[in-house]
Design a protein around this ligand. Structure first.
Ligand code: FES
Ligand code: FES
Length: 162
């Protein structure tokens, strides 16, 4: 870690979407702030800033986490995935095909959360899916379409693995 700009900022290497980037940060910067304002990765959205809505969800070492709750400095040596790293993924395609999007504000967070579900619980049943999705809020699409998208991906993944 290098000190930049006198004592107020530092340079921190971060692993994001398979690349290592240098972030110039203040010690109090959140991961969400650095992704959006430092790297221009605006797919992670800021809404509640309080860990309640999931709009800012990213994967940290494969686990879905609310990036508004983490300091950037805590994520040195972690593997971070944002929605920009899931372009053309099965989950993204399923959200489009099942109309699991309306305004789209919550969608990146949902897609990342669902990606983690597909990777960690490929045999998830309905109640597991519903419980998993509780960490993310959507104000305008029906949750039924989001669940349909997840189920379609799980089915596809299971059929590929057979
Ligand atoms: S903005 Fe992070 S949980 Fe709502
Ligand atoms: S699609 Fe609008 S908040 Fe979810």
């Amino acid at each position: 870690m290098k000190i930049a700009n006198g004592k107020s900022k530092m340079v921190l290497p971060l692993h994001v979407n398979g690349e290592t980037k240098e972030a110039v940060i203040r010690s109090a910067d959140t991961l969400l702030y650095t992704l959006r304002e430092g790297f221009g990765l605006t797919g992670a959205k800021r809404a509640c800033s309080n860990g309640d809505c999931g709009a800012c969800t990213v994967l940290i070492d494969g686990e879905p986490n609310h990036s508004c709750l983490y300091l950037t400095i805590e994520n040195k040596d972690k593997m971070i995935t944002t929605i920009e790293g899931l372009k053309n993924s099965l989950v993204q395609k399923a959200f489009i095909e099942k109309w699991a999007i309306q305004c789209g504000y919550c969608t990146p967070g949902f897609i990342l959360n669902c990606q983690a579900l597909v990777e960690s619980k490929p045999n998830a049943d309905d109640s597991t899916i519903q419980e998993w999705l509780e960490s993310n809020l959507c104000r305008c699409t029906g949750y039924a379409e989001i669940e349909e998208a997840v189920k379609a991906v799980l089915q596809e993944v299971r059929s590929i693995e057979k």
